[in-house]
Ligand binder design. Structure first.
Ligand code: HEC
Ligand code: HEC
Length: 224
């Protein structure tokens, strides 16, 4: 009887330990995906290195200031930047990370270890393979508006984002007020989920992504 009870306790303990291990592993994956997302946004900023001076050789047409950002060619909705005329990365969803790292290291891309370390390239590949969301679920591609609920978004914004960005969205911004950034809802959603490169901004990807879409919908009403 005692033996059986001990046995049960052992099994329960093992089960809860392995449950915990699973949760810890999932947490590690989410933060890796978020880091990969910030590298996708702007890898040289996230890594605090200087970006290459010259335009990316694969950029066709007049290159923007930083044509080495993944977003410059592949877009914030991952389906390809229209100006760059490049296809998106949605076709690489679910691909083995090693094959994505090989693409980054290839001649077209030219991201050698001087630019992205093996860890950086792996985190980026993790994001490309497992971290992309279906943007059209949250941002209407025809109206370019968030499909979220702005009334709910106001509550989330005031208790989460407003702490840093201020109630009007103008408090921290060397660049754009959030009311202006709201004109690029896919970019804001990407940043809300993965954080802002090299900044201590929260990353909401472990929560229901609808929460981030609600916040993005609300920011549309903030002053520009
Ligand atoms: C200057 C433009 C440019 C930039 C910047 C760029 N790419 Fe690409 N990428 C391309 C082109 C062009 C292709 C398609 C040609 C090819 O397959 O070689 C491509 C293809 C890909 C593919 C394969 C997509 C598929 O459907 O199989 C992945 C994945 C990818 N890029 C990831 C990235 C990542 C991650 C970054 C940022 C580190 C990045 N790219 C930066 C131009 C770019
Ligand atoms: C801990 C402080 C902090 C919190 C909380 C925070 N942010 Fe940020 N955020 C920053 C900083 C710092 C920057 C960088 C500002 C800059 O470079 O102009 C930034 C930048 C941004 C940008 C880019 C603006 C641009 O010019 O492109 C967006 C979009 C953004 N935040 C959205 C949000 C949203 C949405 C939330 C709530 C989910 C949020 N932030 C919460 C600190 C924070």
């Amino acid at each position: 009887m005692l033996m059986r009870r001990l046995h049960t306790i052992t099994i329960l303990a093992a089960a809860s330990l392995s449950g915990l291990a699973g949760a810890v592993q999932a947490a590690e994956i989410e933060s890796t995906l978020a880091r990969g997302g910030r590298l996708y946004d702007n890898w040289s900023k996230e890594l605090k290195t200087t970006r290459p001076e010259e335009p990316h050789p694969a950029y066709t047409g007049k290159a923007p200031k930083n044509s080495w950002r993944c977003t410059a060619c592949h877009g914030w909705d991952y389906s390809g930047d229209k100006g760059a005329g490049v296809k998106g990365i949605t076709g690489a969803k679910g691909k083995p990370e090693a094959s994505i790292v090989a693409i980054l290291r290839d001649k077209t891309h030219g991201y050698g270890p001087d630019k992205l370390s093996d860890k950086d390239a792996n985190d980026l590949a993790m994001f490309v393979s497992k971290g992309q969301i279906d943007m059209s679920k949250y941002v209407d591609p025809t109206t370019n508006l968030s499909k979220g609920n702005p009334a709910k978004g106001e509550i989330y914004y005031n208790t989460l984002c407003g702490v840093c960005h201020g109630p009007d969205g103008k408090k921290v911004s060397t660049g754009m007020a959030l009311g202006q950034a709201a004109d690029y809802p896919a970019a804001m959603l990407h940043k809300a989920l993965n954080g802002q490169p090299a900044e201590a901004m929260p990353m909401l990807r472990a929560f229901d992504h609808g929460i981030s879409a609600d916040i993005v919908a609300y920011t549309k009403s903030l002053p520009k």
